[in-house]
Design a protein around this ligand. Sequence first.
Ligand SMILES: Cc1cc2nc3c(=O)[nH]c(=O)nc-3n(C[C@H](O)[C@H](O)[C@H](O)COP(=O)(O)OP(=O)(O)OC[C@H]3O[C@@H](n4cnc5c(N)ncnc54)[C@H](O)[C@@H]3O)c2cc1C
Length: 302
Amino acid sequence: MNAVASLPVVRGSYTEHAPLKNLVWFRAGGAADILFRPADLEDLCAFVAAKPADLPVTVIGVGSNLLIRDGGIPGVVIRLPSSFGKIEKIDGTHLRAGAAALDAAVARAAADAGIAGLEFLRGIPGTIGGALMMNAGCYGTETKDVFVKARAIDSTGKVITLGPDDMGFTYRHSKPQGLIYIDAVLKGTLGEPEAIRARMEALVTQRESTQPVRSKTGGSTFTNPPGHKAWQLIDQSGCRGLMHGAAQMSEKHCNFLINTGDATATDIEALGEDVRARVKAKFGVALEWEIKRIGRAKETAE
Ligand SMILES: Cc1cc2nc3c(=O)[nH]c(=O)nc-3n(C[C@H](O)[C@H](O)[C@H](O)COP(=O)(O)OP(=O)(O)OC[C@H]3O[C@@H](n4cnc5c(N)ncnc54)[C@H](O)[C@@H]3O)c2cc1C
């Protein structure tokens, strides 16, 4: 049966068996059963309100923290179009950014508007939706530090507003699940554009010298366990540069998994699990994945 026939009529587009490989940083993994690109907010709300209750729905940003397994993602995958990426200054210290806005674009817009404190976003290659979900951060600042409020679509298709207490931000985690973020209001402090830009550029330079930011990667693979640095445990377990197929623990930053060529998601995940086992055996510490692994394993049966 045509899977799309059971879905609500929308103004946006449905694509069946849509490859997702080129929509994620790892450049690996399977297809979405159906990829939905909503036309606008109203279209997205109507879709959520009318979709079959048992239909799995997955939202993706720009896939900088995602490993999509080789068997693909069941149900509908939503990728917000650029119309959800508007960034607007509200006043001297606040701006509103759509969930599809790139963090780097938000940092640049804040600098142009003379809003200081959002410089850290310049170095995170995701979207505001992903930053809300992951409480993304670097160099001592996290999304929670600049967060004022967010709007999201709940499971009934209604737009709700969430404040800091609703978000329950912790290290690389936020509490709400099953929501589709649509925008957020972020705050900084009054600043001087040139000085903000200079700080931003310094962050970029520092990052490029320590991380494989031009590789096919998912960023930090594992969160830092309490009292430890994940990269040190990985290094001291002999895993720097370790390979599985074309997947490798980066030589440059050994908590980054990289796809050196045509690694499959299965290779990448297997290498990550191998590293976890080696660290556990050597230090008794169970590393937790920071990268979200989603979708079905590839079927091996003929
Ligand atoms: C080179 C590199 C460097 C990185 N450095 C950092 C760093 O310094 N600090 C850091 O914190 N992270 C870092 N990351 C990881 C990543 O960039 C962040 O986690 C980012 O916030 C993910 O955003 P995304 O749009 O790519 O989300 P995706 O990877 O597409 O998705 C991540 C999660 O967010 C959810 N999500 C995305 N959009 C929405 C939405 N609109 N509504 C609801 N849920 C949504 C997805 O369902 C998924 O669960 C790095 C990654 C790379 C590749």
